[in-house]
Design a protein around this ligand. Sequence first.
Ligand code: GLN
Length: 192
Amino acid sequence: MPRVGVLALQGDFEAHRKALERAGAEAVEVRTAAELADVDGLVIPGGESTTMLKLLRMDGLFDALREFGARKPVFGTCAGAILLASKVLSPAQESLGLVDMTVERNAYGRQIDSRIVKLEPEPGAGIEGAVESVFIRAPVIREAGPRMKVLLKYEGAPVLAEDGRHMVATFHPELTGDTRIHRRFLEKLAAG
Ligand code: GLN
């Protein structure tokens, strides 16, 4: 059984841990570089990316995470996707640069900043049927580099995509009972 870490500094790590367990993985919370060294893949949850970034730097985890991502799969959701991006706008902030994309924070507007929509997968995504997607103050992926494979789109922009061993979602797959997205990430761990 793959052993997956969930970065547990801030945000909705608990919901991800439960979703990974429902998907059949052993899931553990990661707060230190030593704990990170002990897992086969990592989920970075939603929350507040600026706060998470500060905590990552304080705990010396920022560089450890970058090195981890050079070898092992990382799945970032919402704030986690912002942290994985190569470029962050609105406002600009430092990021891990593990996924070849530019993201704009809080880009769906302030009036309606949360919504639930059903999305049909892109052709060739390998996902059967619609995916219920919960957006909460979500970022928008403004540019996806040539390595990216887009699996789901909303209003023309990618919302679920892969860059090699890594995955990003601008919505919250941990908040529905659907385990397909987490299972897809677990397949990446199995692939090594
Ligand atoms: N708006 C948040 C940020 O910029 C992300 C929101 C979320 O993770 N639900 O970090």
